[in-house]
Design a protein. Structure first.
Length: 147
């Protein structure tokens, strides 16, 4: 364990510092963090030529970056689904029917999707009430100033 940490800490520390610097600069100037992370990563590419930092940089590039991209995708999906309550409710309700036909009438899969659909409906119960009253916010892409 100690040797595993010793051969990776330099690269991990370099990656963390570059990521923190990108976050600071992007918050200061209002530009996407990923853009600054890419630019700073290219500017400090010479660190990857140091054999002592290669293992840590590869660890960050292969594992931590994948986890970060997955979490970013999950956050975007959660925000979109929160805005699209009618769409998510419709998808959740149709999921058991689709599973029944697409998975060869498999009772286990269909039962699991029924449970998931019930949970989605339970979590959206307030949205359903607003939809029935016609008070639910409409989703729109931010293409211009609000009118």
């Amino acid at each position: 364990m100690k040797s595993w940490i010793e051969c990776r800490w330099r690269g991990v520390l370099s990656s963390v510092v570059i990521g923190a610097a990108a976050l600071f600069v992007s918050n200061t100037y209002g530009v996407p963090t990923v853009l600054y992370a890419l630019l700073l990563g290219m500017a400090f590419h010479f660190i990857s030529e140091d054999d002592r930092a290669v293992a840590g940089i590869e660890l960050c590039a292969k594992n931590f970056l994948r986890i970060g991209v997955g979490l970013l995708g999950a956050r975007i999906t959660a925000e979109e689904l929160a805005q699209l309550s009618l769409g998510s409710i419709t998808a959740a309700v149709s999921m058991p029917v689709s599973t029944w036909f697409l998975c060869g009438h498999n009772g286990l899969y269909t039962s699991l999707t029924v449970i998931i659909a019930a949970l989605v409906l339970w979590c959206h119960r307030e949205n359903i009430q607003r939809l029935l009253r016609g008070q639910e916010r409409k989703f729109h892409w931010h293409t211009g100033p609000e009118k």
